[in-house]
Design a binder for this molecule. Structure first.
Ligand SMILES: O=C(O)/C=C/C(=O)CC(=O)CC(=O)O
Ligand SMILES: [Ca+2]
Ligand SMILES: [Mg+2]
Length: 362
């Protein structure tokens, strides 16, 4: 199975029926149990390994490669339950796709379209709710809230946001862009479920609150940063301030969004304006600390063309131009029973990031 060979070996936490949680790596469509290796590998979460730092991450990977080469027993993926691979500490969400920021601005703020004035000067973000980060496959209950003045009920505009999440291993503050790889352990896929009617009503002036805090799904396999081949970061104008330089690595990942089995969009991660290194530098630039298990998401990944958008708000023009799925049905926003799967690979197809899925329940 391509994407999950020896050059990837993403880490996850799994259990078999009646079994305890164990650390494993994915090899093809099988799981290799690492718990017998002891040390960090005996923990039921990735946090101890993540806290240990880059030299230990490299040594751990060598130990895992040796173990996998020895032909250990494996368990088919379909026979295991996958769990949240790390204990999520704080959760932050950025807003770093220029196409997404322009599209959403046009839809939510038609009288002042374009980028907010600070957008090219700093990576805009907001603090999310880490206790509602859930693993792929967790059903997503349709949230309730204020839909406008005098109206409370279940959201009618339930949406997704396809994002890439960065998982902090080593704590730090005022982390320079050059130290990014010393602190960030790996990468997951993120779906930042969003209720657009709640959002449009509540978000000014403090930003998203209940419209996004009800659920955020992450993929179960953490792909080590070291297996992703970096590409040059996009050109930035104006030149960022010193604390945001150099930009650090960008990653050429191809995302794919499927809605009830129909691929509706293919967002390119390489098109993001701000890098993950700049996001972490900005997040800690005031002296705020990050700790082991912090998760920060890139922001919705939208490319410049209509088949590259990372949300249904953009795909369907806020529901005004419904999309037709393979079964002939039409959608503006999510209906109960709908399933969304976001998957990704490196541009050359050699590294799979797995997928993050969720079914909407009423
Ligand atoms: O432009 C806005 O007011 C809001 C935009 C979002 O909903 C996006 C958000 O969560 C950040 C992102 O994922 O890019
Ligand atoms: Ca988001
Ligand atoms: Mg969310």
């Amino acid at each position: 199975m391509t994407g999950y060979g020896l050059d990837n070996l993403p880490y996850g936490v799994f259990s078999v029926p009646q079994g305890e949680r164990r650390l494993g790596v994915r090899l093809g469509n099988e799981v290799v149990d690492l718990s017998g290796l002891g040390g960090y590998f005996a923990a039921p979460s990735l946090n101890p390994l993540m806290a240990a730092g880059r030299p230990e991450w490299t040594a751990a990977r060598e130990a895992v490669l040796d173990y996998v080469a020895s032909g250990p027993p494996t368990t088919p993926l379909h026979a295991v339950t996958l769990h949240l691979p790390f204990d999520v500490a704080d959760y932050t969400d950025f807003y770093s796709s220029e196409a997404h920021a322009l599209n959403v601005g046009r839809i939510l703020r038609p009288s002042s379209p374009g980028l907010p004035p600070q957008w090219r000067h700093l990576p805009i973000g907001y603090h999310g709710r880490s206790s509602t980060v859930v693993v792929s496959g967790t059903p997503i209950r349709r949230p309730y809230g204020q839909l406008g003045a005098g109206s409370y009920g279940a959201t009618r505009r339930l949406d997704i946001e396809a994002e890439v999440g960065f998982v902090v291993g080593v704590p730090g503050r005022r982390v320079t862009t050059g130290a990014f790889e010393d602190h960030v352990f790996g990468v997951v896929l993120v779906n930042d479920w969003s209720a657009r009617d709640l959002q449009a009503w509540e978000y000014r002036p403090l930003g998203p609150f209940l419209a996004k805090s009800f659920a955020t799904s992450v993929s179960p396999w953490v792909v080590p940063l070291s297996v992703l081949a970096p590409v040059p970061a996009p050109a930035q104008d104006p030149e960022p301030l010193d604390y945001l330089r150099p930009a650090g690595p960008a990653y050429d990942l191809k995302l794919s969004i499927s809605w009830n089995g129909t691929v509706v969009s293919s967002p390119p991660f390489a098109s993001m304006y701000w890098t993950a290194a700049q996001q972490l530098a900005h997040l800690t630039s005031n002296g705020a600390s990050v700790r082991t298990g912090d998760l920060y998401a890139s922001g919705t990944v939208s490319g410049p063309s209509p088949d590259q958008v990372g949300s249904f708000l953009e795909l369907t023009a806020n529901g005004a131009s419904p999309v037709t799925l393979a079964d002939g049905s039409q959608r503006g926003f999510l209906l109960d029973g709908d399933e969304v799967v976001i998957s990704a690979t490196s541009a050359d197809g050699k590294i799979g990031l797995g997928s993050v899925s969720g079914i909407v329940v009423g």
